[in-house]
Design a protein around this ligand. Structure first.
Ligand code: HEC
Ligand code: HEC
Ligand code: HEC
Ligand code: HEC
Length: 354
């Protein structure tokens, strides 16, 4: 398994790494210490390997139609023109939003063209499924045969190869969630404190993935945009909450000053662990949830506590990966009452043919 994944957010997402022992239980007062936090290492997205959404659209017509109905598509044109964007830009000292790395990381898909970096779309296929160059041919190639003549073993090997080359499939709950939260938590202290950018979205993975973002049209051959199954929704819900906690712990770990960012990120981590505690009670047959909650309390939500918070986040990450390997949601009926109902889904789902 890879140790790290990249996302369009340009943030390195690692989930193996430090074998963490929970730090001693810390009742430290909230946001008190001073000094410099360990900056969380960020790598750039591999822009050289982005093929752009048009390359996917050649085969994925319905998925592309759905995407074009979403805010992820529209932000490309609309965001740089908005007054709010220009205010944020001014406060950050940014002249051109479409050439600023920070804004590009979360609002655009960037491709290298003629040795220059060009924003080619808003948040697009590869922002979530990862840069495609190394796996695009593999995943769709049916092992060099036609679909009817590829054996089961060959198909399995093909998917394994595509994943080893970075493809994030629909079944990779953890990696998909990492991408969403990596952007939607907005773990950028200066952008929030100085730029006045929103300190994250009121994000929840089921409701935010099953509305306007939903594009489950491929396996029904474009006939319907099906809602995730009950088992899938349980996995999305649980893994989403866990990744929310993980991301928020890392985000608090980056906080250095007593301002909006630190408070919002700490509030977020605290809310995530409370939700997870409720989930742990609702699904006692998934003992990993209680362990995640425990880890969530193992490091103080305070300034300049990077190493301890990162260790806690790494531990949460490991448990989440374990959950995705061990469970398929079928034994998690206890979570059903906690999962947002369709009325709460964010935005309008695009129906095929529309
Ligand atoms: C040449 C046609 C083709 C192109 C181009 C293509 N795909 Fe696919 N894609 C396929 C086929 C065929 C399958 C299903 C393979 C199967 O059923 O075994 C698929 C399946 C998928 C799946 C579902 C995987 C799963 O979990 O089951 C995703 C996600 C996906 N493609 C994303 C993309 C993205 C993103 C791009 C652009 C970077 C892209 N595809 C470009 C043909 C294509
Ligand atoms: C870490 C990811 C991240 C970075 C970096 C980032 N944004 Fe955002 N931005 C978001 C998310 C997520 C939202 C949606 C928030 C919500 O739920 O409403 C958003 C929303 C916005 C909005 C309000 C909605 C809209 O599109 O009009 C503006 C304006 C904006 N961002 C401008 C900027 C500018 C300018 C920069 C660069 C200085 C920037 N953002 C950098 C993640 C980011
Ligand atoms: C915001 C993130 C995001 C973007 C952007 C995105 N996807 Fe997906 N994709 C997902 C998620 C999450 C799932 C699993 C959905 C679920 O569980 O309901 C998925 C599922 C799929 C599937 C499986 C569909 C099925 O019928 O089961 C395909 C194929 C796919 N995506 C292709 C694409 C293509 C092509 C694009 C660009 C046009 C794209 N995706 C854009 C996140 C994204
Ligand atoms: C590369 C960064 C990025 C990733 C990855 C990402 N988003 Fe977003 N998302 C944004 C930004 C930025 C906006 C705001 C766009 C705008 O309105 O200008 C947004 C908007 C949305 C909206 C519309 C919100 C509204 O106010 O109506 C939904 C729903 C959403 N995202 C869901 C998801 C889901 C689900 C995932 C993961 C499967 C995901 N996003 C992954 C950056 C991202």
């Amino acid at each position: 398994m890879r140790a790290c994944s990249r996302t369009a957010a340009g943030v390195e997402r690692c989930w193996t790494g430090i074998a963490s022992r929970p730090a001693a239980l810390c009742l430290c007062s909230f946001l008190t210490s001073l000094g410099i936090a360990a900056a969380h290492a960020a790598t750039s997205t591999d822009r050289a390997k982005i093929v752009g959404p048009n390359a996917c659209a050649e085969c994925h017509k319905q998925e592309t139609v759905a995407w074009k109905g979403s805010h992820h598509f529209k932000t490309f044109r609309e965001m740089p023109r908005s007054a709010e964007a220009n205010k944020i830009g001014d406060r950050m000292g940014i002249k051109r939003i479409k050439s600023d790395t920070l804004c590009l990381n979360c609002h655009f898909t960037v491709q290298i063209k003629n040795a220059g970096e060009v924003p080619v779309a808003g948040i697009s296929c590869e922002s979530c499924h990862s840069a495609g160059q190394d796996w695009i041919k593999v995943h769709s190639g049916f092992s060099g045969k036609t679909i009817l003549f590829e054996s089961k073993a060959e198909a399995k090997a093909r998917w394994q190869l595509a994943e080893s080359k970075g493809m994030i499939r629909a079944r990779s709950f953890y990696l998909l969630a990492k991408n969403c939260y990596g952007c939607h938590v907005v773990p950028e202290e200066e952008l929030v404190n100085k730029g006045g950018h929103k300190a994250g979205s009121a994000f929840e993975l089921v409701s935010w993935s099953q509305g306007e973002v939903r594009h489950n049209t491929w396996y029904s051959k474009g006939r319907e945009n099906v809602q995730a199954s009950t088992e899938r929704m349980r996995m999305l819900y649980l893994v989403g909450l866990g990744v929310e906690l993980e991301t928020a712990l890392r985000a608090v770990g980056k906080s250095t000053v007593r301002k909006v960012y630190a408070f919002e990120m700490a509030k977020r981590a605290d809310q995530a662990r409370k939700q997870l505690a409720i989930a742990a009670k609702a699904a006692p047959n998934v003992p990993e949830i209680a362990k995640i909650v425990e880890l969530g309390h193992s490091a103080g939500l305070k300034l300049n506590n990077g190493p301890a918070l990162t260790a806690a986040a790494d531990g949460v990450s490991k448990l989440l990966v374990g959950i995705t390997e061990k469970y398929d949601g079928s034994t998690m009926a206890g979570l059903d009452n906690l999962i947002p109902a369709p009325g709460k889904f964010k935005g309008t789902t695009i129906k095929p043919g529309s």
